[in-house]
Design a protein around this ligand. Structure first.
Ligand code: AMP
Length: 195
C-alpha cells in the first residue's frame, strides 16, 4: 500500500502513521524525522536545514525531494509506505509522481486530516508538555511562535496539495478533531479497499 497522510502540523499524522506501520508492516517516511536525524548527525543536509526548521519555514524542495528519492530506493519501501509530512508543496507532489512513474508505481490513497486550526496550538502545547513529562526532548519548533510560522507555511504552500490529489481522484478527507480511535477507524475504513 502506498499512502500519503496530509494535514497541518499537529493534526495527528505522525500518531496515525505509527499505528499504520504496525498494522500493515510498511515504513513511515517522515521527512521531518529524517531531517531531524540529519540535524542531529550534523550532516551537510542537516547543517543546511537546521536554521530553516527552527524558524518554522519549509526546507527547500530540492533537499526534501532528494531525501525521499534516496529513501524510496531502500528495500523496505518496496512493499509500500506511508508518507507523513511529504509532499508539502505542489512541486514536491509533482516530483513524487515522476519518481513513482519511473518505478511503474502508483499511489493508492491520500488521506487528509481536517482540523480546526484554532485548536492546534493547544494540541501542540499538550504534545510539548507530554514529551517533557516523559523526559523526552521537546521539539524546538513546538514553541507557540514558531508553530504559528509552521501553520502559515502550511496555509500558503501545503493546503493546495489536497486539491491537487482531489483532481486526480485520490483524496479522502476525514475529521481529524475526533478522538484518536475514531480517526484510526475512519482511516482503516478507507484503506480496507487496498488491503
Ligand atoms: P514535521 O516533523 O513534518 O512537522 O517537519 C518539521 C520541519 O521539517 C518542518 O517545519 C520543515 O521545516 C521541515 N520539513 C519537513 N518535511 C518537509 C517537506 N516535505 N518540505 C519542506 N520542509 C519540510
Amino acid at each position: 500500500m502506498r499512502l500519503i497522510l496530509l494535514g497541518p502540523p499537529g493534526a495527528g499524522k505522525g500518531t496515525q502513521a505509527t499505528r499504520l506501520v504496525e498494522k500493515h508492516g510498511i515504513p513511515q517516511l517522515s521527512t521531518g524525522d529524517m531531517l531531524r536525524a540529519a540535524v542531529a548527525a550534523g550532516t551537510p543536509i542537516g547543517k543546511k536545514a537546521k536554521e530553516v526548521m527552527d524558524s518554522g519555514a519549509l526546507v527547500s524542495d530540492d533537499i526534501v525531494v532528494g531525501i525521499i528519492a534516496d529513501r524510496l530506493e531502500q528495500a523496505d519501501a518496496r512493499k509500500g509506505f506511508i508518507l507523513d509530512g511529504f509532499p508539502r508543496t505542489v512541486a514536491q507532489a509533482d516530483a513524487l509522481e515522476a519518481m513513482l512513474d519511473g518505478k511503474g508505481l502508483k499511489l493508492d490513497s491520500v488521506i487528509e486530516l481536517v482540523v480546526d486550526q484554532g485548536k492546534l496550538v493547544e494540541r501542540i502545547m499538550k504534545r510539548a508538555n507530554e514529551a517533557k513529562a516523559a523526559g523526552q526532548p521537546v521539539r524546538r519548533d513546538d514553541d507557540p511562535e514558531v508553530f504559528k510560522t509552521r501553520l502559515e507555511a502550511y496555509n500558503r504552500d501545503t493546503a493546495i496539495v489536497g486539491p491537487y490529489y482531489d483532481r486526480k481522484g485520490k483524496l479522502t478527507k476525514i475529521d481529524g478533531m475526533k478522538p484518536i480511535g475514531e480517526v484510526a477507524a475512519a482511516i482503516d475504513g478507507i484503506l480496507a479497499a487496498y488491503a
